[in-house]
Design a protein around this ligand. Structure first.
Ligand code: KIV
Ligand code: ZN
Length: 526
């Protein structure tokens, strides 16, 4: 590999999915994995196969179907985890097993209750076992950024001797600052024997908002793999955002002198896709992919932009896949024009899906005068099939006003072919709709967030509803779009119910990688 090439390791489907409310089903994960392959990531961390049968199945399916990137499965340093990861990856043309074990004093003392020698022994055994299954083995000393440097160097050296080909240095709790983190990378480069043979990787969390800065500081010291997620998704404050770190390397190539294999024009569509399938909205002012990232409000800026866009823009929106064309199609636009627009916006739909988008487009064109890119995106996203649904909305009506008790009637199709209707009263029309859906499906949720925003501009713009709920201590979220905000709300709420219902049907509760208790670890060789 050329010395100026930085590998992009995407962990949206593993660390990103640990974000509260971000769980995805198999078909959604496959969609995202295909999009990541098209985006040009080098490695897809597809999941943590021991966590649940659902996680195993999705890693296996991605390993079978998604070609191009290395497909990676996570495992703790114990034989059950590693065997399960190897089994899930058996059909991958380019498999990688990623084993991890915490090394910091805090984790050694309070979580693992293991001495340093025990940690080294376990790490070596883990890498050796993974190596028995595939050549490509990554080792992560969890909480490396808070580990004593001399001990970290010792563990890393022993992992390399055992056959690790990538050494990842996680800042698990987002505690590092750029100079210090880069210093740790420089220390390891200087003190670890054999480090020149392996790829040094970085994995930064964003608790102090420095995940991207820390990752960039580390590549300046020779790290050549960055672990990151689309939209910076991930536990707590999330992980290093892929789109930000990549565009920093591209835009400031003069400074970094480094390259990635990312097709930056796919960044925005991939961000939209991940936001759609997880139901987690991207904040408006988010760098690179936020709604405001390329909009100019101040008159002086607008004037400068008209004279020359480089006065106030350091990147072209087109370079990240955002089109400057706003007004696109109208009632009389044909199928070919729509198809071209869908492709230009970065969606890859088959003929059947395109036909459904076309039908949706015609219905929408009857309801609103002009159709914007955002409308086409919303239509295309509905075709990113979110797997089998137990419930489908047939109709929703509601009655509300200042002098009446809000009420709603909802009709739902069940997967078994029956249609069911229910009426409910509520504090407002949306509350009444949600109550009727809860009665019909038998699933009661705690609504933790509910928002409506307009997808494009104008009085007839479509409304996007996003809901976040808690169910049995877990968070779920979903979004849906319609010209009618009550319908959008019902669709989003139903999507969350479908996620929960399908999850209960097919999945057992999962263990997260960080949930390792004393005595809970399966010993090597067992
Ligand atoms: O943050 C972390 O330490 C991780 C490891 C499993 C690599 O996600
Ligand atoms: Zn992590």
């Amino acid at each position: 590999m050329a010395d100026d090439r930085v590998l992009i390791f995407d962990t949206t489907l593993r660390d990103g999915e640990q974000s509260p409310g971000a769980s995805m089903n198999l078909s959604e994960k496959l969609q995202v994995a295909h999009a990541l392959a098209e985006l040009g990531v080098d490695v897809i961390e597809a999941g943590f196969p021991i966590a649940s049968p659902g996680d195993f199945e999705s890693v296996q399916a991605i390993a079978r179907e998604v070609h191009g990137p290395i497909i990676c499965g996570l495992a703790r340093c114990n034989s059950d985890d590693i065997d399960r990861a190897a089994m899930a990856l058996v059909d991958a043309p380019r498999p990688r097993i990623h084993v991890f074990l915490a090394t910091s004093a805090i984790h050694r003392e309070f979580k693992l209750k293991m001495a340093k020698e025990e940690i080294i022994r376990r790490a070596v055994e883990g890498v050796t076992r993974a190596k028995g299954y595939c050549d490509d083995v990554e080792f992560s000393p969890e909480d490396a950024a808070r580990t004593e440097l001399d001990f970290l160097a010792e563990v890393v050296e022993r992992a390399i001797e055992a056959g690790a080909t990538t050494l990842n240095i996680p800042d698990t709790v987002g505690y590092a600052v750029p100079n210090q983190y880069a210093g740790a990378i420089a220390y390891l480069k200087k003190h670890v024997r054999g480090i020149e043979k392996i790829v040094l990787s970085v994995h930064c969390h964003d608790d102090l908002g420095m995940a991207v800065a820390n990752s960039l500081a580390a590549v300046l010291e020779g790290a050549r793999q960055i672990e990151c997620t689309i939209n910076g998704l991930g536990e707590r404050a999330g992980n290093c955002a892929l789109e930000e770190v990549v565009m920093a390397l591209v835009t400031r190539a003069d400074y970094f002198g480094l390259k990635t294999g990312i097709n930056t024009r796919k960044l925005y569509p991939t961000s939209r896709l991940v936001s759609h399938v997880t139901g987690i909205m991207v904040q408006r002012n988010k760098a690179i992919v936020g709604q405001n990232a390329f909009s100019h409000e101040a008159g002086i800026h607008q004037d400068g932009m008209l004279k020359n866009s480089s006065t106030y823009e350091i990147m072209n929106p087109e370079d990240v896949g955002i089109s400057r064309t706003e007004l696109v199609l109208g009632k009389h636009s044909g199928r070919a024009a729509l198809r071209q627009r869908v492709v230009d916006l970065g969606y890859h739909l088959n003929d059947e899906q395109l036909q459904r988008v076309f039908e949706g487009f015609k219905t929408l064109a009857d309801r609103k005068k002009v159709i914007y890119d955002a409308d086409i995106e919303a239509l295309a996203e509905t075709q990113i099939h979110s797997g089998p649904n137990l419930w489908t909305l047939e109709a929703v009506t509601c009655n509300a006003g200042s002098a009446t008790i809000p009420s709603a009637v909802v009709a739902l199709w069940n997967q078994d072919g029956s249609i069911r209707r229910e009426a409910a009263l509520g504090d407002g029309p949306v509350d009444a709709v949600f109550k009727a859906i809860e009665h019909l499906t038998g699933i009661e949720l705690t609504l933790t967030d509910y928002r409506i925003r307009s997808v494009s501009v104008g009085e007839d713009a479509q409304g996007e509803a996003s809901v976040e709920v808690e169910y049995n201590g877990k968070n779920f979220s979903a979004r849906a779009v319609s010209t009618d905000i009550i319908e959008a709300s019902a669709l989003a709420f139903l999507q969350v119910i479908n996620r929960i219902a399908m999850r209960e049907k097919y999945q057992i509760d999962r263990v997260l990688p960080t949930q390792v208790e004393e005595g809970n670890e399966v010993a090597m060789g067992s």
